[in-house]
Write a protein that binds this ligand. Sequence first.
Ligand SMILES: [Zn+2]
Length: 199
Amino acid sequence: MQKETVTIPARSGKAARVERGQSVTVINTHGSQVVDTWAFNAEHLGEWMSMEHSRPYYMKLRPEVGDTLVTNERRPILTLTEDTAGGAHDTLIAACDAPRYGLLGVTEYHDNCADNLTAGLAELGLTKPVTPSPLNLFMNIPWTEGGELSWEEPLSEPGSYVTLRAEMDLVIAFSACPQDILPINGRAGQPTEAHFRID
Ligand SMILES: [Zn+2]
């Protein structure tokens, strides 16, 4: 059983194996860092935590404490058991990737969450089947009554955290989002490290 705190380096990805019943605590160490989060069935990576399947499962735009996220096969995979970060998380926005930065006017390679997922899983000898839509922890994307979205800064405080309980044996993967053009990681545009722990 893994007890030490693991660093998700700034702009980078990290993955770990988690047994059913274990809890993963994701810490927003500096308070302003979005952490893209994915979970895959450890037995077959073709089953993954799915935002579009989870929203109808708990009938909300974002999960709250007590809500269970499900897979693309509609089976429970993670339950949100604790949240000291204020509840602003996103399930609507795809992981950033190379074309996303192209649309933002970046002409050279830019670190991105899709590649960080690839790299994080590769450290475990695994290959991602696709880049599922992530659970964007600490990402603050409020919506209006008219359905409009906006890019806002995280509301979380330094050291605040989210705890997720594994409902199956799974592989969890994180990306400390390297987005430094939009203000989702704070107006300073300086992505930072984050941490996680498995209990
Ligand atoms: Zn990102």
